[in-house]
Design a protein around this ligand. Sequence first.
Ligand code: BEZ
Length: 218
Amino acid sequence: MSLRINDVAPDFSAETTQGTIRFHDWIGDGWAILFSHPKDFTPVCTTELGYMAGIEDKFASRNCKIIGLSIDPVENHARWAKDIEETQGHLPRYPMIGDTDLAVAKLYNMLPAEESGSSEGRTAATNATVRSVFVIGPDKRIKLMMTYPMTTGRNFDEILRALDSMQLTAKYKVATPVNWKQGEDVIIAGSVSDEEARTLFPQGWEAPKPYLRIVRYP
Ligand code: BEZ
């Protein structure tokens, strides 16, 4: 069955570059990002995992752990990490799952559809994880999912931006508008009546339409 936002993120045990983990225990009480890449020692993936290594501290400061995944063995991940540091300037210090039996990839629908649809199974091209990202909250539920094709590197700054929004909107009864960034005005949630809003936001708000109530960042 395909996963949906608000589903509990499936738990699993897996080998990683930092030993065996039980996923939910590894997440602990904070936020987590599970992201897959197609293959070690490939160019776009090298840039992606290097970039994630460079901004890992930004996730940590938001109480968010990150963990990579591909179907390559952990020994390959460890060898590749040195290339990533050499070429991208950042050594991945986050764990990487070696999902050699595709167990997690299947659990999280990270594999592309089989091209032929025949029963002959996967080709080398389809036997690799696509570029998936799952953001998981402290309640172990999926808060965000995204999937990019093999040939398109992701924008991980967008994941940071979305994480800021999700953490803010988990705390306050607000939503964030298009292209919002931390520190900018937010929107009072539609579930909040004007009466409740007067208590929650005594500083007042601007309302160009009754359903569009803009308030300063809490
Ligand atoms: C890459 O990372 O460059 C890549 C990996 C698999 C398929 C296509 C591109």
